[in-house]
Design a protein around this ligand. Sequence first.
Ligand code: HEC
Length: 159
Amino acid sequence: MKISMIATFAAMIVAVPAMAQDAGDPAKGEKEFNKCKACHMVQAPDGTDIVKGGKTGPNLYGVVGRKAGAAEGFKFSDALIKLGEAGEIWTPEDLEHYITDPNSYVEEKTGEGKLKTKMTFKLRKGQADVVAFLAAHSPDAGAAPAEGAAEEAAEAASN
Ligand code: HEC
C-alpha cells in the first residue's frame, strides 16, 4: 500500500516537470511575453494563435524540448544552428539563461566568441515566468525534464 502510493507520487512528479521547476508563473509569464511578441508569435501547428506576434524571430510554440535553431520556416543565424548541432535541446533552465543574454549564452555553450545571434533583446527579470509560459505551450516539455525532477522522484521513492 505504502509503496504503491509512493510510486504513484513519484510518477506524478515525473509527469509534470514544469511543476517541479522552481516558481515560474505562467500567468505572469504571459504578460511578460508582451516584451517578446514584437518578434515572436506562439502559434500551434493547427494554426491556432496563442499569442499573435511578429516574424522577426521564430515561432516559440513547442520551444521547450525542441532542438535549438530548428523551428520550421525560420532562417536562423549560424550561432543558433551551431548551438543546435552542439546538442542543445532547450530545457527551461537553458532558456532562462539564453533570454538573459543570447550572445554570451551561445559563446559559453559553443566556445566560439565570434558567433552572434540575431536576437538583440535581453530579459533581465521574470525569465522563469516567461519560460513557464512557453513550457505550458510545449507538448514536448516532458521530453526534457528539469534536472531536479528526476532527483526528487528518486528521493520520494526511497523515503
Ligand atoms: C527584437 C526582436 C526580438 C525580441 C524582442 C525577442 N526575440 Fe527571441 N529571437 C529573435 C531572433 C531574430 C531569434 C533568432 C536568433 C538567431 O537566429 O540567431 C530569436 C530566437 C529566440 C529563441 C530561440 C528559438 C529556437 O527555436 O531555437 C528563443 C527561445 C527566444 N528567441 C525567446 C525570446 C523570448 C522569451 C523573448 C522575450 C523575453 C524574446 N525572444 C524576445 C528576436 C527577438
